[in-house]
Design a protein around this ligand. Structure first.
Ligand code: SPV
Ligand code: MG
Length: 310
């Protein structure tokens, strides 16, 4: 009977509602703050602490779920697998870092289609050539980008292929990270916006914010109103409100929960190693009951045992 309902009375499905919330945030005046999750528990905690969206971090999933470096080693289906677990436990819009879409044009298209079908709010596709290198890595690494026109063609094809109207495609510009300069970065941002990207993520490692400020000057002169996204890992003193005032619609705090988890585990393991008994670690770690609560253990048991047939 659902198809007999008018648009006004048809229930909005969960994916559409989350996408609508993300889109409203991107076009609103207060910034959407997304935080990086690497698993379902980190996503639950991000929601519990009142953030607006979950960023499924490629770095986080590679390192935490697979113990691997962020070098395009995890596949689309492995990312989708972790994403489904995250999507299933949070009411926040989920924005998935799909690296470079795992290959060429057809891989980018398939990535958009599969994540759209999985009900996530958004994917982010970057212009690093396969195999990508994590943008924060400071060591020697070749950083090559897909040619601008080819990346625009891939993004256009992905937008044409998505099956829902509301799915959000974020195009990520790596030109500043790869050392191509502000002008090249702006050219790419314009090309990706014109290809139909719903938002543009401009990544930078410049702590002084000179690159970002200069990019923003050039970008604002184009008059294009596609929302901009920032990842301030390496300019961490700017608040989301300050970045919003500069023109960013969304701010991604990409990896702090992963780094918190690693530090907490290392501190606990070193205490256990030194003291040899669990009591030494107990004051520093979450209570077992807190974990039970976070995953709704009591409610699940009650539902399972309600009206049990004797
Ligand atoms: C990630 O979280 O995987 C990102 C952000 O892509 S960064 O590591 O800064 O490139
Ligand atoms: Mg990434």
């Amino acid at each position: 009977m659902a198809n007999m309902l008018s648009d006004e009375t048809r229930p909005v499905n969960r994916a559409d509602e989350k996408r609508a919330r993300l889109r409203a945030g991107l076009s609103g005046t207060t910034p959407v703050v997304a935080v990086g999750a690497h698993d379902a528990m980190s996503a639950r905690l991000i929601e519990a602490y009142g953030f607006d969206a979950v960023w499924v971090s490629g770095f986080g999933v590679s390192a935490m779920a697979y113990g691997l470096p962020d070098l395009n080693l995890i596949t689309m289906s492995e990312t989708l697998d972790v994403t489904r677990r995250i999507e299933g436990v949070t009411d926040l819009p989920v924005v998935v870092d799909c690296d470079n879409g795992y290959g060429g044009l057809s891989n980018v298209v398939r990535t958009a289609v599969e994540f759209d079908r999985a009900g996530v709010a958004a994917v982010c596709i970057e212009d690093n050539l396969f195999p990508k290198r994590n943008s924060l890595y400071q060591g020697q690494a070749q950083r090559e980008l897909v040619k601008t026109a080819e990346q625009a063609r891939r993004l256009r094809a992905a937008k044409a292929a998505q099956e829902s109207e509301t799915f959000v495609l974020i195009a990520r510009v790596e030109a500043l990270i790869a050392g191509h300069g502000v002008e090249a970065a702006c050219e790419r941002a314009v090309a990706y916006a014109e290809a139909g990207a719903d938002a543009v993520l401009i990544h930078s490692k410049d702590k002084s914010l000179w690159e970002i400020e200069t990019f923003l000057e050039q970008w604002h002169r184009t008059g294009i109103d596609t929302p901009l996204v920032a990842v301030p890992t390496l300019f961490p003193d700017y608040t989301a409100a300050q970045l919003s005032a500069k023109g960013f619609a969304m701010v991604i705090l990409a990896n702090q929960p992963m780094r918190a988890s690693v530090q907490a585990m290392e501190e606990t393991l070193s205490i256990l190693r030194a003291e040899g008994k669990p009591a030494a670690a107990d004051p520093h770690i979450a209570k077992v009951d807190h974990i039970f609560d976070l995953v709704h253990t009591r409610e699940t048991i009650e539902a399972e045992e309600a009206d049990e047939i004797a």
